[in-house]
Write a protein that binds this ligand. Structure first.
Ligand SMILES: C[S@@+](CC[C@H](N)C(=O)[O-])C[C@H]1O[C@@H](n2cnc3c(N)ncnc32)[C@H](O)[C@@H]1O
Length: 159
């Protein structure tokens, strides 16, 4: 049975994510799979962090495939727009202030839009992790954070 939820936020467990990103030997065309991506906060956070870490040419070649079982996330990720309440944690976190200002643009209606440079890196595909359907191949990194809690023991073992 598929259980779904939308709990996700920008810069979630930033230190842990930072360690994971720093441990990867990136290829010339880095490719990441964000599996169970929710409304895009995780893949966009990864893109923001890599925009800061990677050389300009390597970042240019970066692609992030974001997948989830919830089809509505496709449009949310394409637009990259978040209500103020959804970005509050980033907005009020001093450590991230410079990244927040650099990569999230405030709109006239008070919502926040992820800038095109970051938005363009992330493509959504509808996908169920519990199936054997391939998403793509040759990933430099697969991120599947806070998703296994949705699965029972047999499902976890199957993965
Ligand atoms: C708690 S959110 C985690 C989002 C993000 N990875 C993070 O860490 O912030 C879990 C996500 O997994 C998705 N999910 C649950 N079961 C799934 C499945 N079988 N295949 C793909 N995604 C699934 C949910 O729809 C939800 O968006």
């Amino acid at each position: 049975m598929i259980k779904t939820g939308t709990v996700s936020y920008f810069f979630r467990d930033q230190k842990g994510l930072e360690r994971s990103l720093d441990s990867v030997s990136w290829s010339a065309s880095p490719k990441i799979w964000s599996a169970g991506c929710s409304a895009g906060q995780e893949p966009f956070t990864i893109a923001i962090m890599l925009a800061e870490k990677m050389s300009v040419w390597k970042f240019k070649n970066l692609t992030i495939i974001a997948t989830d079982v919830v089809e509505e996330f496709r449009e949310r990720i394409r637009k990259g727009i978040y209500a103020e309440s959804e970005v509050n944690a980033v907005k009020t976190n001093r450590e991230n202030q410079h990244l927040f200002k650099k990569y999230l643009r405030v709109l006239d209606d008070g919502r926040y839009e992820v800038v095109a440079k970051i938005r363009n890196k992330v493509t959504f595909t509808l996908h169920d992790i519990l199936t054997d359907e391939p998403v793509s191949d040759n990933f430099d990194m697969i991120s599947c954070r806070n998703v296994f809690e949705y699965f029972n023991i047999e499902e976890k073992q199957g993965i």
